[in-house]
Design a protein around this ligand. Structure first.
Ligand code: HEM
Length: 487
């Protein structure tokens, strides 16, 4: 009986939606700006295309409707801005808030918690500004000692390895980055759980229901570990970022279990984009052997001449010394990878009516609507970046972006956001990517192994059409790592 009622209700809903869509289609549409992406169904709008192949769907919208367009998703209006001027305007606009974005992040890490609201407020008022201060140019050098050695020690285990490129890069990166941010009490053995969680992220951020026991259990174990980490923090003597955050959580009367999602959200911010970018950095270099040879020559020469060899580098690899012009090609390669792997920035909600600018045109955003910026198009603008869809390792050699890596008029570089909410980890990210590349290519000859029966040639994987934020990959790369010397 109940099933009959349900089936009848579903059928009626479909009939109403189809009829509505048909009537709507027949109405002559008013010309408007920005263009609205047509969708067959009212209310749910473009949900299906958007959710299943988000990156691809958005890129197709730009190609068809231009760099500013609107879509309807489950009753919400989202305006996407992808031109340089519109993104600049989005970044500095008053009246656009990160409230919804932060809520969804905490909803993801702390599902079911009644403290999401409180955690969001503490994150944006206290924790993100604290990170910005600690990871600023002047103080970054106090945070980074130990990163290079921790990365090296973990990477050594991969000598003569044949297997996942992703693992060989992200495991040492995860361990080293946590060592400097959270200190030695945070267990490196959490890597496998974090990877399971990370790989499920594209599904988790989709608007469709997502059930996966392995990633849910991995997240629960990570949260338990973090709760213990906060519980045991030596807040009087330990001055690692993790201990400072633990102290602040206690000050806000949050139990260690209630506060764990806060540190988890910082873990996610510190690793999610890095895991993607580091993968593309090595993959795109492997796909361009002459660029790889040039980058490695630069690394070998500079490590020898300026640090006396790799062991000297491990102890003296400060952010200032890595700014040296002797690493100019590596610096350019890192920026090029970050430019090319960037798809979407954050979601903003309009807390009042806002007019954004796209050159001479005005983009009206009504209170309650959402805006999303897509650097993907601006970063491929042929007038600004010739052959912008290609990886060109030395693209930034003679044309460096500003040091703080945000908003660079004339040569847009939006990968780290900017304006009111720039990525506070941007300088750390660039530092880590450089150190990683230097150690990885100093230690190993890296050979990609062709996959598939009978294939003798390796081809790099494509960015995944389901990506969000930075590009994920469609598949891993299998590599052989042959030590270049006895370490
Ligand atoms: C290549 C690596 C990275 C990329 C491409 C990246 C990109 C971004 C972007 C675009 C935003 C702003 C999103 C928005 O507009 O709402 C952001 C925010 C953030 N990033 Fe990064 N990031 C990277 C690495 C890091 C690292 C290493 C950390 C270290 C802790 C970090 C911490 C954060 C935090 C805490 C925020 C939130 C800031 C806020 O909402 O005020 N990121 N990141």
């Amino acid at each position: 009986m109940t099933l009959d009622i349900l089936a009848t209700a579903q059928l009626s809903a479909v009939i109403v939606l189809v009829a509505y869509a048909f009537i709507n289609k027949r109405k002559p549409s008013k010309p408007s700006y920005p263009p609205q992406i047509p969708s067959f169904f009212p209310w749910i709008g473009s949900l299906v295309g958007f959710n299943y192949r988000r990156g691809e769907f958005l890129m197709n919208c730009i190609l068809q409707y231009g760099p500013v367009f609107k879509i309807l998703l489950c009753g919400h209006h989202l305006t996407f801005v992808a031109s340089e001027e519109a993104i600049q305007s989005y970044l500095v606009a008053d009246g656009l808030s990160t409230r919804t974005q932060n809520h969804s992040i905490f909803g993801l890490v702390a599902s079911g918690s009644s403290h999401t609201q409180k955690l969001c407020a503490i994150a944006s008022r206290e924790f993100f500004p604290l990170l910005e201060k600690r990871l600023a140019k002047r103080t970054l050098g106090d945070v980074t000692p130990g990163f290079a050695e921790a990365f090296f020690n973990r990477l050594k285990r991969f000598a003569n390895y044949q297997g996942s490129l992703r693992r060989s890069l992200t495991e040492p990166l995860y361990v080293a980055s946590n060592a400097i941010l959270l200190g030695s009490r945070f267990s490196p053995d959490t890597y496998d759980d974090y990877l399971v969680f990370d790989l499920s992220l594209p599904n988790q951020v989709s608007m469709l229901p997502f059930w996966s026991s392995p990633s849910r259990r991995a997240k629960e174990r990570l949260l338990e570990h973090l709760a213990k980490y906060i519980e045991d923090a030596d807040t009087d003597h330990d001055d690692s970022l993790g201990a400072i955050l633990s102290k602040a959580l206690k000050k806000h009367n949050l139990t260690s279990k209630e506060g764990a999602p806060m540190i988890f959200s910082i873990e996610m911010a510190a690793h999610a984009n890095m895991f993607n970018v580091v993968f593309w950095l090595v993959t795109w270099l492997l796909a361009d052997p002459s660029a790889l040879a040039a980058v490695r020559d630069e690394i070998d020469k500079t490590v020898q001449e300026e640090f006396g060899g790799i062991h000297g580098f491990l102890v003296n690899a400060s952010p200032e010394r890595l700014q040296s012009s002797s690493f100019e090609l590596l610096h350019s390669t890192v920026l090029e990878t970050v430019r090319l792997s960037s798809l979407v920035l954050g979601v903003r909600d309009a807390v009042r009516d806002v007019d954004l600018k796209d050159g001479e045109r005005v983009i009206p955003i009504r209170k309650g609507e959402y805006v999303v910026a897509m650097p993907w198009a601006a970063h491929r603008d042929e007038g600004l970046y010739p052959d912008g869809h290609k990886f060109i390792a030395d693209r930034f050699v003679h044309n460096k972006v500003r040091e703080d890596l945000v908003q660079n008029p004339g040569k847009p570089f939006f990968s780290f956001g900017g304006g009111k909410h720039p990525c506070p980890g941007r300088l750390l990210a660039i530092y880590e990517l450089k150190v990683m590349a230097i150690i990885y290519f100093s230690l190993f000859d890296v050979t990609p192994v062709p996959q598939g029966y009978g294939s003798s040639q390796w081809t790099p994987p494509q960015p995944s059409p389901e990506s969000t934020g930075t590009f994920h990959t469609t598949e891993d790369v299998i590599v052989k790592l042959r030590p270049r010397f006895d370490f």
